[in-house]
Design a protein around this ligand. Sequence first.
Ligand code: DP6
Length: 324
Amino acid sequence: MTKATARAYPNMALVKYWGKRDPELMLPLTGSLSMTLDRFATTTSVTRDPDLGGDAFQLNGEPVTGDALRRVTRFLDLVRERSGIREPALVRSRNDGPTAAGLASSASGFAALALAASKAYGLSLDPRDLSRLARRGSGSATRSIVPGMAVWHAGEDDESSFAEPVGAPEIRMIVVVVDAARKEISSREAMRRTALTSPYHRAWAESTEQSLAAMLEACRDEDFTRMGRIAETNALRMHAAILACDPPIRYLEPKSLEVFDAIRALREQGVEVYGTADAGANVVAIARPEDARRVAEALADHGTVTEVGPGPGAELVDEAEADL
Ligand code: DP6
């Protein structure tokens, strides 16, 4: 096959990945855990074309150049190295959700690209190897290969750093978009700055290792309360470490904090719900399925609200229905 199309969904981490042990191999500082979502998909087709002068990349119908194209080319180079096929490719991609606004578009993007590119270049990778490949594009993409709840084992080397499914109680997430603008500082840059300048970097890594172990136990025990508490604390610790950078970085806006307050108010009213936020201003509430509607209604005053559940892993799709 010289062409393949794949779809993947973003994921929202309950225990965050924030820091790299090896930026070349994209080995993370710690393991992490997330839920792959059933909304905001990225669909990507990769077409090998020996007549192209180099790789070309279109996102939502527009040609993309510069750093984003270089990142795609570097990723395709890894695929070409493995397959032995040197041809350049046309990559066409569509994001259903906002791009680079803290809703993990790089996760769905590189997960879809990993599957489409590996097929287009004739590789047949199992989910573990696909997850390892996606990792090289963007750390969080490692987990978007996997359906539903996924743990990314930090691992020791390229072989052992991959994601796999985890059994957990069914949960819902209510995404509250308070700001759909592209974030000013990428996760990659902010992560690097945290490692270099935040005095809380080491504490972050240590506490995240403990949080992941506790989260895996809570998932196994189907203990929603514990899962929610760990997730909220872990997210705020990540933002605390980021705030302490020099120069400082602040992703959370006054509106984001209002959502965290509204979540706490709901808890005081007896609805069990917890908050998390990635590297952006948008906040995600974590609730039991039976409470999701009520939580969504209560948070609707704060931004555009979308209820999401566990979604599928990366999958091949028919080009004809992809509408690229
Ligand atoms: C806050 O995966 O976007 O969403 O590996 O440099 O591409 P790179 O970073 P990226 O970082 C995601 C950070 C996060 C937390 C998480 O998803 O675990």
